[in-house]
Design a binder for this molecule. Structure first.
Ligand code: IVH
Length: 686
């Protein structure tokens, strides 16, 4: 991307993010998903990282989010309520560790370093809720407040009192990290102040229940648990908060109670009667990543919404020493799960012709990672669906991968439009055969009226991938039919555009088989000229003719240009074959296919001109060979200019006999034809 392009995209992203930001932080509503919004912010951050001189002080990436509303009393926080930097992959988390490791070793060289400050972590669930600070005076819940802008929040004590998991009075229970801490806390509970922070949230089941009731009452439904929880807390009437059945999980202790690690903070919070966030101590980053993988897998089963882990250095001392940049502490990070939703750009909308002649519009996407795999296309199903979604070429779209199904375009982000987007029009002619395209009454799909079109195409692709042609392992007729049905391929050249991420969601595929097929496709790309010609499926051009053509012309360019007379000079090529070849190469759609194949990375090896030392010799094969397959033997003979015949006659020069030869062997003996074994054959064709 050029700087100019980046500047344009950045401006568009900022405008869109600011719009949603106001909705989210000030009005507590969001009409795109949090994941889509995150994804836009992430893109902006990455562009700004790549072009730092495009950063402006008013960019949403520089903003301290949230503003207190006037309707509540303001509370200033003793210690700032910070937010977290995001990491979206194990690699980004490793980069974070590297950054802090550098700082740790730099300070170790300079001055007093604590050898216990090794990098171990505490990782816990990142709850999709609302950050809250709770201050207890003399053991009694005194003031509860929202984060606000981090320094000043709103007093929402009355509402928080409706939450049963927030103790109104601190109790000294069991499970203290040590006696010193216990004593200190006991003293502060009698006289003094303790501040605890955590997340107010709504369980998935409470959210459903509340929405069911609203549905019964005919009132509009809430969008998601997070906003419903936040909305409940920021209402002047505590009854509303109570109705929403909110919950609280503690994850931080601000007061100095003698704790040395984050783990101890959790123990203390539990010993004081709080529910604590689910998490655990990790000896190193590998353990963090393993925990992240485990949680992501069972994410759906967790009773509340989470969007990742919060990971922080376990040592409290080190956490403090690492300090704060802007509004985020260096010692902690939000390790987000791979989003099941993300945004990308529709680069084009192409039309694929399925096995039954149905035309499926498919969006070609700017490659994007979703659920851990790269995706480059999404089906748009049919014309009506495109109209419903109002997706245009050039649009920024939200795509979603629910479970293990094919990614779907959820909709266009219209705020991102520049006016240059193009509407899609269904072609009037079939992109494969040029046949007429019709949409029958009452049907959603357009079809190519040429009944043979799709059948021919399918046969063609099968032939193309077969053993004697491109020899693509794993791309048999069943898979070809499936890929055609899904709109993934409709002509041979499409095979080379497939990506792992496009296959994984399909039935019959998993990560491993998708990878295998993509590898097989990659490996098949280099091909000899003769096999390439054979693969094209030109009428009357079988394996043998393809070899003869390749031997004679040695380059595809020459065959493309060959006149009928030239073609007639090729061994065993008569009028019919020559005409068929000429016609094939004259056809516009075939020329396009050749161009696409080259563009998609097919490389034709120059046909080796070998000494044709078997020219004029005819071979017959019989019995089982040890080292070669029959096809390999035939290939060798033909490459050296010989012929293979299926029956023995006085014209036969050699019979190659393996184990348990059949009647051909006896006949050769009778006719006095020379019989050779595998070894001799090898010598002869070396
Ligand atoms: S620790 C230094 N732990 O995520 C900030 N935050 O992006 C300390 N959150 O404002 C936050 N679960 O609302 C922490 N287990 C958890 C969390 C958590 C959710 C939220 C919290 C915070 C935001 C930071």
């Amino acid at each position: 991307m050029t700087k100019k392009e980046a500047a344009k995209r950045i401006a568009q992203l900022r405008k869109t993010i600011n719009y949603y930001s106001y909705q989210y932080h000030v009005l507590d509503k969001l009409d795109i998903s949090a994941a889509a919004w995150d994804s836009l912010k992430h893109e902006l951050k990455q562009l700004e990282d790549a072009f730092p001189d495009l950063i402006t002080p008013d960019s949403p990436t520089r903003r301290v989010s949230g503003q207190p509303l006037d309707k509540f009393i303001k509370v200033s926080h003793k210690e700032r309520m910070l937010s977290l930097e995001d990491a979206f992959s194990p690699e980004e988390t490793a980069a974070w560790q590297e950054r802090i490791q550098k700082l740790v070793s730099a300070s170790a060289k300079s001055a007093a370093s604590n050898p216990r400050d090794k990098l171990d972590y505490f990782a816990e669930l990142k709850i999709d809720g609302f950050a809250i600070s709770l201050v207890y005076k003399d053991g009694l819940f005194a003031v509860g407040s929202t984060r606000g802008d981090g320094r000043t929040g709103e007093d929402v004590t009355q509402n928080l009192k409706t939450i049963e998991s927030i103790p109104l009075k601190l109790e000294i229970r069991n499970g203290w990290p040590n006696d010193n801490i216990k004593k200190k806390v006991e003293a502060l509970v009698k006289k003094g102040e303790i501040e605890i922070r955590g997340e107010v949230y709504m369980t998935k089941s409470a959210f459903k229940k509340v929405n069911r009731e609203r549905e019964k009452e005919g009132r509009p439904l809430y969008a998601n648990p997070r906003n419903t929880a936040a909305g409940g807390i920021r209402q002047l009437d505590p009854k509303i908060a109570a109705d929403r059945q909110l919950n609280f999980l503690a994850y931080d202790i601000v007061s100095d109670l003698g704790q040395k690690t984050h783990r101890e903070k959790h123990q203390i919070a539990r010993a004081l009667g709080f529910k604590t966030d689910i998490g655990g101590y990790c000896r190193n980053l590998d353990e963090v990543i393993a925990f992240w993988e485990r949680v992501e897998k069972k994410r759906e089963k967790i009773p509340f919404q989470i969007d990742g882990l919060v990971v922080q250095v376990n040592s409290d001392n080190l956490f403090k020493k690492l300090g704060v940049v802007g509004k985020t502490p260096r010692g902690a990070i939000a390790f987000k799960f791979r989003p099941a939703e993300t945004t990308t750009v529709v680069e084009d909308i192409i039309v694929q012709v399925g096995r039954t002649g149905a035309l499926t519009p498919v969006a070609k996407l700017r490659p994007v990672k979703i659920g851990g795999v790269v995706v480059t296309r999404a089906t748009l199903h049919n014309e009506d669906e495109i109209k419903r979604l109002d997706v245009r070429i050039g649009d920024t779209v939200l795509i979603q991968r629910a479970g293990d199904v094919i990614p779907d375009i959820v909709g266009a982000i219209k705020k991102m439009r520049t006016g240059k987007e193009k509407k899609f029009v269904m072609p009037k002619n079939c992109p494969i055969c040029g046949g007429q395209v019709v949409r029958s009454e009452g049907e959603a799909v357009h079809r190519c009226v040429n009944k043979k079109c799709a059948v021919i195409q399918k046969r063609q692709i099968n032939h193309f991938a077969s053993r004697k042609a491109f020899d693509i392992d794993g791309l048999g007729p069943k898979i070809v039919a499936q890929l055609m049905n899904e709109g993934m391929i409709s002509k041979s050249s499409d095979i080379f555009t497939l990506q792992e991420g496009d296959l994984i969601p399909l039935e019959r595929f998993d990560q491993k088989s998708a990878k295998n097929l993509i590898n097989a496709v990659k490996e098949s790309r280099r091909i000899t000229l003769s096999k390439f010609i054979y693969a094209l499926g030109i009428r009357h051009v079988g394996e043998e003719t393809a070899i003869n053509l390749a031997n004679y012309f040695s380059r595809l360019e020459k065959i493309k240009k060959a006149k009928l007379d030239d073609l007639l000079k090729v061994k065993d090529t008569g009028e019919i074959v020559a005409k068929s070849v000429r016609e094939w190469f004259n056809d516009k759609s075939n020329q396009k296919l050749l161009a696409d194949l080259v563009e998609n990375g097919v490389e034709i090896e120059k046909q080796k001109t070998v000494k044709r030392k078997l020219a004029g010799k005819t071979f017959v094969l019989t019995g089982q060979l040890e080292e070669f397959t029959r096809d390999q033997v035939k290939d060798r003979i033909r490459r050296l200019g010989g012929d293979v015949s299926s029956s023995v006659s006085p014209e036969t020069d050699f019979v190659v006999a393996g184990a348990e030869p059949g009647s051909k062997y006896d006949r050769a003996k009778k006719l006095g034809v020379k019989i050779i074994g595998e070894k001799e054959f090898k010598e002869m064709t070396r």
